[in-house]
Design a protein around this ligand. Structure first.
Ligand SMILES: [Zn+2]
Length: 329
């Protein structure tokens, strides 16, 4: 079964397998006069690499036909195989990413895991999670780090507002924070087309979490940047997961409404006596049915909403004698 779908005369989507509940990521191959652009790369697994080779064979693409590799954001399912694909071209082509993505990669993928221990331990304690969660964090970090190697070597960066050529298209690089603060989406006003990364997804809501290294308030940044995108004239949006989106503004409205509703739910879940992030998470998500990995995502998402309620003055916060954060309405 082919995992390739042609979406425009110059654009093919490659649906790559992922070993997660979210079981695939979309990468795009964009043909231009100077060769092929590969947009996002997948997690580095044997199955993922076989998918790329099968796509190259099907489209008749040789290493010398690749012009560049471009990334939307630093998450491993997008960044993971950039170095592998670059090596396939004999390191002849650049991997292009935003300056923010290059900086995030240096912290997340290239620094020793031990650098994070203090921050991660403090994060777990403040949010009411037992120290035993640390092992789960370290385990998933080790797994992810293995799946983003080898690292890309020849890296070129761009900034929000720059024009970035993808194939023959002149795309505007637009910052889209919150899911990943380093994320860029690429907009082609002439063709009303956008590569929207993980900022707007069909049927599933992009994860917005507050993690040990996230500056406070990712949900505010997500909602702000999402609102900006809704002002663009878009006929077709090509996301990092799931199907293409034809009603882009409509889908953004649904996502904004989803978080509006969840903010109310989380605010109402704060008891009068106050509660920790984990206690509030338990009132919103079926935490007892989650594995430790899922619990961490639920806590990060709850915390992102709680931080937003602090920003809007709908909740307050203090620290108890054990150093655990307690939220109140
Ligand atoms: Zn993703």
């Amino acid at each position: 079964m082919t995992q390739l779908t042609q979406l425009a005369p110059d654009i093919h989507r490659l649906c790559l397998p992922l070993p997660f509940a979210l079981d695939h990521v979309n990468c795009y191959l964009i043909r231009g006069d100077r060769g092929w652009t590969l947009l996002d790369t997948g997690l580095h697994t044997p199955e993922g690499w076989q998918s790329w080779l099968a796509a190259f064979a099907e489209l008749g693409i040789r290493p010398a036909d690749i012009e560049q590799i471009v990334l939307t954001h630093v998450h491993p399912d997008h960044y993971g195989m950039a170095g592998t694909l670059q090596a396939w071209t004999g390191n002849a082509v650049p991997v292009r990413m935003s300056t923010a993505t290059a900086e995030a990669a240096a912290v997340i993928w290239r620094s020793p895991a031990e650098d994070w221990l203090d921050e991660t331990s403090a994060y777990l304690r403040c949010n009411g999670l037992e120290a035993s969660f640390l092992e789960s964090v370290l385990q998933s970090m080790r797994g992810m780090r293995a799946a983003v190697r080898p690292y890309p070597e020849n890296v070129e960066t761009f900034a929000p507002g720059d024009e970035v050529g993808l194939g023959n298209r002149r795309m505007q690089a637009i910052q889209a924070q919150g899911h990943a603060d380093d994320q860029t989406v690429f907009y082609d006003p002439a063709d009303r087309l956008i590569f929207c990364g993980d900022q707007v997804l069909q049927r599933i809501t992009p994860n917005v979490g507050s993690w040990p290294t996230t500056p406070a308030g990712p949900l505010g940044r997500f909602l702000t940047d999402l609102s900006h995108l809704s002002g663009l004239d878009v006929g077709l949006a090509l996301p990092g997961h799931r199907q293409e989106i034809t009603d882009f503004a409509g889908r953004i409205d649904e996502l904004l409404a989803h978080h509006e509703k969840r903010l109310v739910t989380i605010r109402e879940a704060i008891p009068d006596a106050g509660a920790t992030t984990l206690e509030i998470t338990r009132r919103v998500f079926p935490v007892d049915r989650f594995n430790t990995h899922e619990v961490r995502f639920a806590v990060a998402e709850t915390l992102a909403h709680l931080e937003h309620l602090l920003e809007t003055g709908e909740a307050s916060w203090d620290e108890n004698s054990a150093g655990v954060w307690v939220f109140r309405r």
